[in-house]
Design a protein around this ligand. Sequence first.
Ligand code: SF4
Ligand code: SF4
Length: 182
Amino acid sequence: MQSLTNRSKVVSNKQMTLSEKLYIPAILAGLQVTIQHFFKKKVTINYPEETREHSKFFRGRHVLKRDDQGRENCTACGLCAVACPAEAITMVAEERKKGEEHLYREEKYAAEYDINMLRCIFCGLCEEACPKDAIYLTNRISLSNYDRNQFIYTKDMLLEGNEEDLRINIDNRRNGVREGAN
Ligand code: SF4
Ligand code: SF4
């Protein structure tokens, strides 16, 4: 029968030699490959103890910025949520009350602000859309976890200055402790 590619091979049924039956050449060839790789520079790193240098254009975990007086920039306009192609952002807006001017820069603020990190594709469109310089993607990578629920990052985890609390929040959630209880 005519072949389409001419790449077919005729399989030989010849008897194996003694050394082939002992598999010694094959074992030595395999060992040679292993030894060669043993002395090569490793391509892996000991993450998380070691991390790689990221490109300056790297887009990692988000942060909700504060102004120079420590007030939250976000005015809960929702433009980031509209721009997000993954529909990863949700928020609840509230009016700023009298006496809260030191907490929130604008008259409206996000009482709740969540990002579903499992949906996020780190495209940066939320940052582009924000008219208040309130949301930025940092060069910090997202935290790993075993539970899908831990990837809903709430406002207290995203707010600038709360980075130290992030691990505590995640540990509390994992242990079933209500957020804000400590
Ligand atoms: S980086 Fe992109 S996908 Fe992630 S929350 Fe922002 S707009 Fe949505
Ligand atoms: S982060 Fe920016 S775009 Fe998103 S709701 Fe807040 S002010 Fe609006």
